[in-house]
Design a protein around this ligand. Structure first.
Ligand code: GDP
Ligand code: MG
Length: 161
């Protein structure tokens, strides 16, 4: 919940971002993380892992009946991913804008998918699509103890206190 950093509603909103196996293979982890850092969002959780199929099937539970689902799981287990939790005001919605359209062919230049990818099946990054979805996904990928509550020393340069 809200803690000492400020009483600004929504500042502690969190979202799950993942660099998918293609993003890791293409050495995009640093550039992707830098976009969130430069924006002003705060990193509160981070790990690299080979995603277990069971976890992915829960993560993508709403897509189970889609024709591309088997290939999606194959792709997502094809190599390591980097999963992270970013925090800040409106971070769920703003992250989706930074990430761009699901189909890179539709994603605006300047977005992560628009700048770094071409095909919908290799779109380099995941971002939660709602606050509720983010809560569910964060609980799926992280233990509570792995998420760090910390205060950024230049908070008042990013938010009006
Ligand atoms: P996202 O929230 O923008 O990632 O999009 P969705 O939640 O709708 O889909 C999850 C992921 O499934 C996407 O990021 C793509 O990697 C993949 N995906 C979605 N739609 C398609 C599709 O029509 N074809 C293929 N091959 N993959 C898709
Ligand atoms: Mg989605």
């Amino acid at each position: 919940g809200f803690s000492s950093i400020s009483g600004i509603p929504g500042v502690r909103e969190r979202t799950l971002i993942a660099v998918k196996p293609d993003g890791v293979q293409r050495h995009l982890v640093g550039q992707i993380m830098q976009r969130f850092e430069l924006k002003g969002f705060q990193l509160v959780g981070l790990k690299m892992l080979q995603a277990p199929e069971e976890l992915l099937s829960q993560h993508y539970q709403d897509l189970r009946r889609k024709p591309f689902y088997p290939s999606l799981l194959q792709y997502m287990t094809s190599g390591p991913i980097v999963v992270m939790v970013w925090e800040g005001h409106n971070v769920v919605r703003t992250s989706r804008i930074m990430v761009g359209d699901t189909n890179p062919a539709e994603a605006q230049a300047g977005t992560i998918r628009g700048d770094f990818s071409i095909h919908i099946s290799r779109n380099v990054i995941h971002a939660s699509d709602s606050v509720e979805g983010a809560k569910r996904e964060i609980q799926l990928w992280f233990h509570g103890k792995e998420l760090i509550d910390w205060t950024c020393c230049n908070h008042s340069s990013i938010y009006q206190v």
